[in-house]
Design a protein. Sequence first.
Length: 247
Amino acid sequence: MKNKSSAVFGFFVSGGGIIPYSEETISFLASGNKCPNCSHQVLGWARLNSYSADGKKLNYWRVAPLFPDLVECPKCYYRWKFFRDSQTITNDSSSVENPQSQQINSIKTVQPNITIHLEQESERNRTSNETVLVPPGVKITVKRSRTVEHTVDVSWSDLKGGSLDLGLKDIFGISIKGEIEKKRGRSYKESETIEYEVELNGEKVSQYNLVWTDIWCKGFIELTINNTTQMLPFRFRDSSELEVIPV
């Protein structure tokens, strides 16, 4: 059973060009990321399996070109084209048992190009301040924790000549995160909890400020659509540090 939707027929981008989603991608977006075949809700674009036109599995969306030719439901293995064209994909019981055995026709579509540039220096922003009083001559140990959301903020308001679909923005965010992971040599979960245990010495001072500071990676994306290139700054929340400041 396939869900149908006529609410969206493509997304408008700068320069007045249109890059159309396939009907099944439209159904996926309009239903809140539900598989157009089995209605399984997929928690984010990166949870979809992605493939090239010849059926080779790709590493999420961090591929060149940026978009996969095919995406696949991780539950029922139903596979569909990301963009519209005149070809047809066959999904049958044998493909569910062995999804990579499907024979996929070549897909040709116009796709935007994106280049990600990272800056060497990080940005530090203080987010909260807590004052702790310590009795004179006493040492105490305090524990503090904070959950950090590894989010990507792109200055989409700087985009000129058009707008981007929210789904496309999500894909760009995943690509930026992937490039940062490559540079850092580590992977990031959507969120993580950071814990600190610090000793406060009342023999020195009787008051301390505990300050959380977010560390942001900065850079910009070079986005080219229809031979028009724009630079959009972004930042990525890398981590958070607890500073202990005697008052």
